[in-house]
Design a protein around this ligand. Structure first.
Ligand code: DX5
Ligand code: ZN
Length: 221
C-alpha cells in the first residue's frame, strides 16, 4: 500500500478565519491543501479565484492543490499557477485539447492532473497518461462540499491503480469527495494515495485527532 497524503479541502473551512484554519490543519498534520475553484458555469456553485490562492500561499508551506471546476481552464490556470498553485487538476470536458492544456500547466511550472467524474470511464482519459503527474478520481459529482461518498467508484480506483503499477507510470492517485475517517480505509485500499477531505476534517472539532484517526484507520485496514 502507498503512503497516504491528506489534503483538507478549504471549501468547508470557516472563511472568516481562513488563515487560522489553514495553519490549524497544517499543524494537525495535513500534507497538502486542496482548493476547490468553481465558476458557477461548469458547476452550479461559485467559490474562489486566484486572489485567494495568493493569500493561501502566503500563510502555508505545504503544497497547494488547486482543483479547477471551471469552463475555461486554458484562460485561467496560468493565473492560479502565478498565485502559487503547485498542483492543478482540470476536467477533460473543459479542455478543447486536454493534452495541450496539461502540457501548458507543466510549462507554467505546475504539476498536472486530470479529474475523472464518477460516471466517466478511464478510457476517456487514458490518452492523457503521458501528460499527467496525478489523476483525480472524483467520489462525488463536483459542485459542493459535504456530499455522500459514491462507493461505486472504488473499482475504478482499483483499475487505475493496476494500470499505473503495471506500466510503472509516475502518476499519483488522488480521491476527492465524501471521504471521512470512517471510509478512508476502503479508498486507500482501492489504491488512492492523496486523500481530499473537506467536511470530514473542517466540520470536526479536533483536526489533529481526526487526521490521526484517518491515519490509524488506514494502518489497520
Ligand atoms: C467537490 C469538491 C471536493 C469537496 C470535498 O466538488 O471537489 O473537493 O469540497 O469536500 P467533502 O470532503 O466535504 O466532500
Ligand atoms: Zn476538489
Amino acid at each position: 500500500m502507498q503512503s497516504m497524503k491528506i489534503a483538507p479541502s478549504i471549501l468547508s473551512a470557516d472563511f472568516s478565519r481562513l488563515k487560522d484554519e489553514i495553519q490549524a490543519v497544517e499543524a494537525a498534520g495535513a500534507d497538502w491543501l486542496h482548493v476547490d475553484v468553481m465558476d458557477g458555469h461548469f458547476v452550479p456553485n461559485i467559490t474562489i479565484g486566484p486572489v485567494v490562492v495568493e493569500w493561501v500561499r502566503k500563510v502555508t508551506t505545504i503544497p497547494v492543490d488547486v482543483h479547477l471546476m471551471i469552463t475555461d481552464p486554458d484562460k485561467y490556470a496560468p493565473d492560479f499557477i502565478k498565485a502559487g498553485a503547485d498542483w492543478i487538476s482540470v476536467h477533460p470536458d473543459t479542455c478543447a485539447n486536454p493534452n495541450a492544456t496539461l502540457n501548458k500547466l507543466r510549462e507554467f511550472g505546475a504539476k498536472a492532473s486530470i479529474a475523472v467524474n464518477p460516471d466517466v470511464p478511464l478510457s476517456k482519459v487514458e490518452g492523457c497518461f503521458r501528460d499527467i503527474d496525478m489523476i483525480l478520481m472524483m467520489t462525488v459529482f463536483p459542485g459542493f462540499g459535504g456530499q455522500a461518498f459514491i462507493a461505486d467508484v472504488l473499482p475504478k480506483i482499483e483499475e487505475v491503480r493496476n494500470i499505473i503499477d503495471q506500466r510503472k507510470l509516475p502518476i499519483l492517485v488522488e480521491a476527492d469527495g465524501g471521504i471521512k475517517a470512517d471510509n478512508v480505509d476502503c479508498v486507500v485500499k482501492a489504491g488512492a494515495e492523496v486523500i481530499v477531505s473537506g467536511s470530514g476534517i473542517f466540520k470536526t472539532l479536533d483536526y489533529a485527532d481526526t487526521i490521526r484517526q484517518m491515519r490509524k484507520a488506514v494502518v489497520q485496514a
